[in-house]
Design a protein around this ligand. Structure first.
Ligand code: FES
Length: 92
């Protein structure tokens, strides 16, 4: 497993999100309560970047059509039929 530096800690405070392109792939970084998670920066609906969405508490809402995700788990919240979770980027 290899690691690459994608951001400094001061660029991603608790409660913030950040989009980065790493090796040609969009990655979403989320800091929730001091824990940082990485997901593919791609909404499960139509693929728009979730880094452009709005995060309130642990809920990230896609800016395009309002689909919602739990940033702690990557699981979909709304619509209720959204069962798939956000993918961890294969490059990490
Ligand atoms: S692309 Fe995200 S809700 Fe449609």
């Amino acid at each position: 497993m290899t690691f690459c530096r994608v951001a400094a800690t001061h660029e991603l405070w608790s409660g913030e999100k950040l989009g980065r392109v790493i090796n040609g792939r969009r990655v979403l970084l989320v800091n929730f309560g001091g824990s940082v998670c990485a997901y593919e920066d791609r909404c499960r609906h139509k693929g728009l970047p979730l880094s452009e969405g709005r995060m309130v508490d642990h809920v990230l809402t896609c800016a395009a059509h309002g689909w919602e995700y739990d940033v702690r788990t990557g699981c979909g919240i709304n619509p209720a039929t959204l069962r798939s979770r956000l993918q961890m980027p294969a490059i990490l």
